[in-house]
Design a protein around this ligand. Structure first.
Ligand SMILES: Cc1cc2nc3c(=O)[nH]c(=O)nc-3n(C[C@H](O)[C@H](O)[C@H](O)COP(=O)(O)O)c2cc1C
Length: 183
């Protein structure tokens, strides 16, 4: 089973990149996680949606090939970062070629704030409705005060969060298999 991951922060020392790095180590044996770097995706322009930039073509192709998705995102101003929204907007267009259609998806967030990015997660879930995706509901992986739990090498040191990431990935794999079952 192929899982494609991407992160809503471009920051080198990103705590959300640390979550994704941990997910790479914690992926269940029957799945493979590949991470796509959103750095370099230009701002969305609907004039170009039928001939998108090369990087967008690659992003869309990777999503199409994936059985499931994993998103790690910060919360910016109580919502998701423009970088992530921009990438989602590109990949959902043109109308009729929404590559997110029917994909199971899991979310993680890390924040220096007290809610761990909860508000960004719920905004993201709102977009999943229009995109017709299947988000995993539990466990909710939200890491507050992230600066305390990521070391100088960008490793996630919080055992509880590592356990939750493993559980989230197991649920993603379980539901992806379930969704494939024929009625
Ligand atoms: C533009 C901007 C807006 C932010 N807004 C929020 C916010 O609404 N809630 C929050 O918890 N943290 C907010 N933060 C702080 C982020 O949690 C913090 O910068 C975090 O490290 C970003 O994730 P990253 O480490 O993956 O880059 C904001 C940061 C930026 C740069």
């Amino acid at each position: 089973m192929k899982i494609l991951g991407f992160v809503g922060s471009l920051r080198k020392g990103s705590y959300n990149k640390a979550l994704m790095r941990a997910a790479l180590e914690l992926t269940p044996e029957d799945a493979a996680l590949e991470v796509f770097d959103l750095e370099g995706i230009p701002p969305f322009n609907q004039d170009l949606e039928n001939q998108p930039p090369q990087m967008v073509k690659e992003f869309k192709a990777k999503i199409k090939q994936a059985d499931a998705l994993l998103i790690a995102t910060p919360e910016y101003n109580y919502s998701i970062p423009g970088v992530l929204k921009n990438a989602i907007d590109w990949a959902s267009r043109p109308y009729g070629d929404n590559v997110f259609e029917g994909k199971p998806v899991a979310i993680m967030s890390a924040s220096v704030g007290r809610l761990g990015g909860a508000r960004a997660q719920y905004h993201l879930r709102q977009s999943f409705i229009f995109l017709n995706m299947y988000p995993i509901n539990h466990p909710e992986v939200m890491l507050p005060s992230a600066q305390q739990y990521v070391d100088a090498n960008g490793n996630l040191t919080n055992e509880e969060t590592r356990r939750l990431i493993r559980q989230l990935l197991e649920e993603l794999v379980r539901w992806t298999k379930k969704l494939r079952e024929k009625p």
